[in-house]
Design a protein around this ligand. Sequence first.
Ligand SMILES: *Cc1c(COP(=O)(O)O)cnc(C)c1O
Length: 367
Amino acid sequence: VTDAVETEWVSTAGPYVSDFEKKLAEYVHTPAAVSTQNGTSALHISLLLCGVTREDAVIVPTLTFIAAVNPTKYVGAEPVFMDCDDSLCMDPVKLQKFCETECDFTDGKLIDRQTGRHIKAMVVVHVFGNMADMEAIMPIAAKYNIKVIEDDTEALGTYYTTGQYKGKFAGTIGDLGCYSFNGNKIITTGGGGMIVSNNQELLDHAKHLTTQAKADQANFIHDEIGFNYRMTNLQAALGLAQLEQLEGFIKTKEANYFRYKDAIDKIDGLHVQDFRDGIRSNYWFYSVVFEKDETGRDRLIEELKENHIQSRPIWELISDQIPYEGSRTYELERAPWYWHRVVNVPCSTNLDASGVDRVINVIKNFK
Ligand SMILES: *Cc1c(COP(=O)(O)O)cnc(C)c1O
């Protein structure tokens, strides 16, 4: 970062941008990567790369951060809100059932009978560092010719340890994967994002679109509507340094996760949500679940606050929010169940064992 400042390459030109792209691609074992301004812009570009337009629909989760869904509207398309399973990620059983019973598949196109829209893509979010059930989702996507965009903004570092995708990182299994380096993510560049793919042609197009679609830079010739979605050299320098710390951050988060889990799972009616078997999670976020009591969530948040500990409820369902009123939904059951019952407790990499114990003590004494 100091070098970027001292050499005065602080903006979108400079060597660290391509260095960071290369290092990130190496880390997740993809041939290349394209940096962006943030995770949201990475998702926007990915939808454009999948050819999603205003006549189309995109299958999205309802239990997630809204930035996973808004880009569908940026390209003029409509969302179809899908339920989650107990991983908090997209439910492949409902996904299959929706495609089979609600849609027609003709000429390689999946058409939603209710809206007449072509379902061209889906955004699969790896929630809180978990891995969505890609082994089940990918065959459904292949069968119905749906492009898969992985929203991996919360799961950098998560990978399969067994099964057909053994060694594969979240974000590298679908057509495109999107990362975020916002301040709340496992590593940060202040603000920033990255697109990965195994398809070099898609990545070349991504670079073109994120850099104003210059056909001839010297003469200011542009051949498409492009975007200024570039990362800066300063941000990339920070990203390179952060990437060196990523595995250490994951170790800290893992230790804190199991410290919480060991204590809280012993309390009647509470547990800490598991990560999927057969993966190495990045343990980004911890979810305390009230198994029976719907009022516990808000009461615990209050109690923690009184003890000067910040916590938060899980996201409000996107399909219930004002901009998405009247949108297409499909059999939402698990998502509303979890929405009432999850509290996210402190999970920073700065948190040590005594910090975790302070939170645990409040939860233990909570009635
Ligand atoms: C953080 C996040 C994003 C957006 O990333 P930004 O870099 O903040 O634009 C998108 N989807 C999910 C699920 C996120 O958690």
